[in-house]
Design a protein around this ligand. Structure first.
Ligand code: C5P
Length: 235
C-alpha cells in the first residue's frame, strides 16, 4: 500500500513524543501516542477505585472503557467514555497520580493485549481512511511499537539519549523552573518508572532491523531531522 507506518520507541525523556509529533506533521500523516492510552485507562481504573494489585480486576475494567483517541499531530487528544459520556482526558493523563500508577497497569498482560489490539486498529484506520487533508499513514510512538504493536512497520526507530540528558529534559518539561527538591523527586520518579517499565517492555535496546537515533548531542530540530532522514532512507 502507499500508507507509511513509522514506529518509534524509547525511554522517558528521549523526546519521542514531541519528536514523533513533529515528524508526523512534517510527513502529513497521523500521530499516535500509545503512552496516553495506557495513561487514560490508568485514570479510569483509579477513578473506578479498582484495586491495582488485582490484575484480573484491572484488565476486566479496562476492557469496559472505550477510548477516543485523536491522532492530529498538531493537537493529539485522548478521551474515555464513562457511563455513556465522553470525558476529555488530554490534561488529566499528565497528572502525577496517573504517572505514578501507569507502570503497574501497563504491566498487566491482559491490559497490554487489549491496548495493542486497539492501537493496531487506530494504525490501520490512519492507513486506509486518513482524515481529510492527511496522507495515509501514521507515526506511532511508545515502548513496544517496533517490537509488538507494529513489527512490520515501514520504518522502525529507537530514540535514545544518555540518562543525564533525558532527566534534564524531562525535568524541564514537567516543572519549568522548579526548586532542586522537586527536580530531584522528578528524577527519582523517571528512573523508577523506566526501571519498572523495562520489566514489561524492551525499549532500551534496538530489536533487529530497528534504527537507533541517539539524540544526546542533538537539539529538537536536529532530532526530528534525524528521524525524517531514517524515513527517507527506508522508503
Ligand atoms: O510515554 P509515556 O511516558 O506517556 O508512557 C506512560 C506509561 O505507559 C509508560 O511509563 C509505560 O508504563 C506505559 N507504556 C507502555 N507501552 C507503550 C507506551 C506506554 O507500557 N507502548
Amino acid at each position: 500500500s502507499t500508507a507509511l507506518v513509522v514506529a518509534v520507541d524509547g525511554p522517558s525523556g528521549s523526546g519521542k513524543s514531541s519528536v514523533s509529533r513533529a515528524a508526523a506533521a512534517a510527513l502529513g500523516v497521523a500521530f499516535l501516542d500509545t503512552g496516553a492510552m495506557y495513561r487514560a485507562v490508568t485514570w479510569a481504573v483509579l477513578e473506578a477505585g479498582v484495586d491495582l494489585s488485582d490484575a484480573e480486576a484491572v484488565a476486566a475494567h479496562v476492557r469496559t472503557v472505550p477510548l477516543v483517541v485523536g491522532t492530529d499531530p498538531q493537537a493529539p487528544t485522548v478521551a474515555a467514555v464513562v457511563e455513556g459520556a465522553e470525558v476529555d482526558l488530554t490534561e488529566a493523563v499528565r497528572t502525577a497520580r496517573v504517572t505514578a500508577n501507569v507502570s503497574a497497569v501497563a504491566a498487566v498482560p491482559a491490559v497490554r493485549q487489549d491496548l495493542v489490539l486497539r492501537q493496531r486498529t487506530l494504525i490501520e484506520a490512519a492507513c486506509v481512511a486518513p482524515e481529510p487533508g492527511r496522507e495515509p499513514g501514521i507515526v506511532a510512538e511508545g515502548r513496544d511499537i517496533t517490537t509488538v504493536v507494529a513489527p512490520d512497520a515501514d520504518v522502525r526507530v529507537l530514540l535514545t539519549a544518555e540518562e543525564s540528558v533525558r532527566l534534564a529534559r524531562r525535568a524541564q518539561q514537567d516543572l519549568g523552573t522548579a526548586d532542586s527538591e522537586a527536580l530531584a523527586a522528578t528524577r527519582r520518579g523517571i528512573v523508577e518508572r523506566d526501571r519498572v517499565d523495562s520489566r514489561t517492555t524492551a525499549f532500551t535496546t534496538a530489536a533487529d532491523g530497528v534504527v537507533t537515533v541517539d539524540s544526546t548531542a542533538l537539539d529538537f530540530d536536529g532530532t526530528v531531522a534525524a528521524v525524517l532522514d531514517v524515513v527517507e532512507r527506508r522508503v
